[in-house]
Design a protein around this ligand. Structure first.
Ligand code: SAM
Length: 213
């Protein structure tokens, strides 16, 4: 137990969930549509960073099948192991995106699907800023989160205790814009995960491009 307390809280939660997360969320039409948006715009062989890559499905799987080179980063060893097994054509690294150095302009696209929620607001802003800098000018980003105006609220997520911090949709879009991303489109939806404890949750998908120059 003492060891668990030293680990990133997200690692504890997502190690416990593993494939159950994919079973509950991977069919999201909005998630798949946002991947379609990236695939339509990226040149073959584009370099894509998937932050909080989970089980590798659907994100890395769709991007690899479309011919792109995907690097997934996740703080949960169980998720990294699942992703490496399910999408062997991609590269997955175990790490905390808050601490991982990223080369400036190294990626053609960045994906963030629901992986910021266990960070403070300052950490989320710092991570989005770092990701914007890691995009080449004109590079694309999809940023998805649960747009609720809460800080450090304890909830039960798929049976796991988890502390959540997020932003209202407008504030999340401003955070992206303040990081040097143009928000080209924003989709707000309600999604109900396929899980006995899953009620409808709001989700926002920001379709972004790194400003040139
Ligand atoms: C809600 S799941 C979403 C997984 C995947 N993005 C998807 O949409 O299918 C969030 C993922 O982000 C990872 N994560 C959370 N905080 C992280 C951090 N600081 N660094 C890297 N990964 C993180 C979790 O371990 C988990 O796999």
């Amino acid at each position: 137990m003492a060891e668990e307390e030293e680990r990133a809280p997200a690692a504890v939660v997502f190690d416990a969930l593993g494939l159950a997360y994919e079973e509950a969320f991977a069919t999201s039409a909005s998630h798949l549509a946002s991947l379609g948006w990236l695939v339509e715009r990226l040149k073959p062989g584009s370099r894509v960073l998937d932050v909080g890559s989970g089980t590798g499905r659907p994100t890395a799987r769709v991007l690899v099948d479309a011919g792109h080179r995907v690097l997934g980063v996740d703080v949960s060893p169980v998720m990294v192991e699942l992703a490496a097994r399910q999408v062997p054509e991609a590269e997955f690294r175990l790490g905390d995106i808050r601490e991982l150095p990223l080369a400036v302009g190294a990626f053609d696209a960045v994906c963030v699907y629901f992986s910021l929620l266990q960070m403070t607001r300052a950490e989320q802003a710092a991570v989005v800023g770092k990701l914007a800098a890691a995009l080449r000018p004109g590079g694309l980003a999809v940023l998805a989160t649960v747009p609720v105006d809460v800080e450090g609220v304890d909830v039960t997520f798929m049976g796991q205790p988890v502390r959540v911090t997020s932003f209202a949709a407008g504030d999340f879009a401003r955070l992206a814009a303040d990081s040097g991303l143009s928000v080209l489109a924003e989709e707000n939806v309600m999604f109900t995960p396929a899980h006995p404890d899953g009620g409808p949750e709001p989700q926002v998908f920001l379709y972004c491009r790194r400003d040139e120059g």
